[in-house]
Design a protein around this ligand. Structure first.
Ligand code: AMP
Ligand code: MG
Length: 418
């Protein structure tokens, strides 16, 4: 891996690597993990499909009723207020077995099989019932009314899902609807992560003077779990040469990808950079992005490596913008365009020129019905509460210094990262 070349990121006056270029380099480097495995549907949530699934059946498999009502023959209903004899019932799962003859109808429930001979269902609201007779009011049924035909949703032979699809609620239901009990998916990516810094303690320990709680590991654990990965939390590693080295070696043995937070900016007690130069092939980038300027990317032995900044908001922003696209590619997920919307800014937004900013925003529908974004307030990268209050990033390009109130700005809703 080569360090960013002078011509594309160290241009005069802007010696930083752009977000697009950084992301592109990462995506060019990582390759889809080749291994596949079979999993039962109830274990497949969040996994990436590794096969093309073709339906072996029509869905619905048989003509059935979309309403509670009466299955009729339209030819019997051409007179005013037609009267028909009720000859039986068809319930969901318990069909009526005989064929409908002239002048007859069958009581039918939603999802029940349409009896042979019937060609429409009249809703019960349009019918009055007298013992074994019905009268249809104010309505002339047409062929196909309230009938769901076989194959209307999916036909036998249709491609239901393609490789690279991440399996979520709709996809799992869809697979079940065509009777697929097991699917081939990509192997779950193994990710090891740890925090570095002498100032950090676990939430169950009382911080000493100058110490703070380690929040990044909890954030990372959540971000990784949401992405359907196998997580290995290696804890807090002190700013100590041997401890950092041992942690990296252990992580490289168990994981396909290593994530660390802290220690990638040049600080006196940071042994992360030193160890990485020794154990791996890693680029240390200064990204033209705020939050998240320092970012390390490369390999530690056979594992991919991301060194994220220490500040908690920078961790989330760089995870979403750089790590998540790589995780998706490694797992073979089909790339998709980010969900970026143009909405009105509810206030004047300011920034310095030079770095693209991911400001925390609250996207809401204003009283006049227009989607509007407001800032969460102070944007410092240690203020994690701003991430929790926000529901989107406001994307302000590197060269922008100002967006006036009412101006259109780009936002990326957090649901895009789910
Ligand atoms: P560093 O990149 O190690 O210089 O850290 C930058 C800032 O992030 C410092 O204020 C650290 O105390 C803070 N920080 C680093 N790691 C964590 C963590 N795991 N949880 C919370 N804050 C952290
Ligand atoms: Mg540190």
């Amino acid at each position: 891996m080569n360090p960013p070349s002078t011509d594309d990121c160290l241009t005069a006056g802007n010696p930083l690597l752009s977000v697009e270029l950084g992301r592109q380099r990462i995506l060019n480097a990582v390759e889809v993990l080749p291994e596949k495995e079979s999993v039962a549907l109830h274990n497949a949530l969040g996994r990436v499909l590794a096969e093309r699934v073709i339906s072996a059946i029509d869905v619905p498999p048989f003509a059935n009723s979309a309403m509670d009502g009466y299955a009729v023959r339209c030819a019997d209903c051409e007179t005013n207020a037609p009267r028909l004899t009720v000859i039986g019932s068809s319930f969901a799962g318990v069909p009526f077995e005989a064929q409908l003859q002239a002048g007859q109808c069958v009581r039918i429930m939603t999802g029940a099989m349409l009896p042979e001979g019937a060609d429409a269902v009249v809703m019960q609201e349009h019918v009055s019932r007298e013992t074994d007779m019905i009268v249809i009011h104010d309505r002339t049924p047409c062929v196909g009314d309230n009938i769901r035909y076989p194959g209307e949703d999916t036909r036998r032979g249709d491609v239901v899902l393609t490789p690279g699809t991440r399996l979520k609620a709709a996809e799992l239901g869809l697979l079940a609807s065509v009777g697929v009990a097991e699917v081939q998916v990509r192997r779950r990516l193994r990710v090891a992560f740890f925090s570095t810094g002498d100032e950090l303690v676990d939430v169950d320990t009382t911080p000493g003077p100058g110490q703070i709680y380690d929040s990044n590991r909890h954030t990372l654990h959540a971000l990784l779990s949401q992405t359907g990965l196998e997580c290995h939390d290696l804890g807090v590693i002190a700013d100590d040469r041997d401890a950092v080295r041992t942690a990296f070696q252990r992580a490289a043995e168990i994981a396909d990808l290593i994530l660390t937070t802290g220690g990638v900016s040049v600080g006196e007690a940071d042994y992360v950079t030193e160890t990485l130069r020794e154990l791996g092939e890693v680029d240390f980038w200064r990204m033209a992005v705020k939050p998240g300027k320092p970012l390390a990317f490369g390999r530690v032995q056979r594992a991919w490596f991301f060194g994220l900044p220490g500040n908690p908001v920078s961790v989330m922003a760089t995870f979403y913008q750089f790590v998540l696209p790589a995780l998706r590619k490694l797992q073979g997920e089909t790339p998709r365009a980010p969900l970026i919307l143009q909405v009105r800014s509810g206030e004047r937004l300011q920034k310095a020129a030079g770095r693209m900013e991911f400001q925390r925003g609250i996207l809401h529908c204003a009283e006049d019905g227009e989607w509007t974004v407001t800032s969460t307030g102070k944007q410092d990268s240690h203020m994690l509460s701003s991430m929790s209050r926000a529901n989107c990033f406001i994307l302000l390009p590197a060269e922008t210094t100002l967006a006036e109130r009412g101006e259109l700005v780009s936002v990326q809703p957090f649901c895009d990262f789910a």
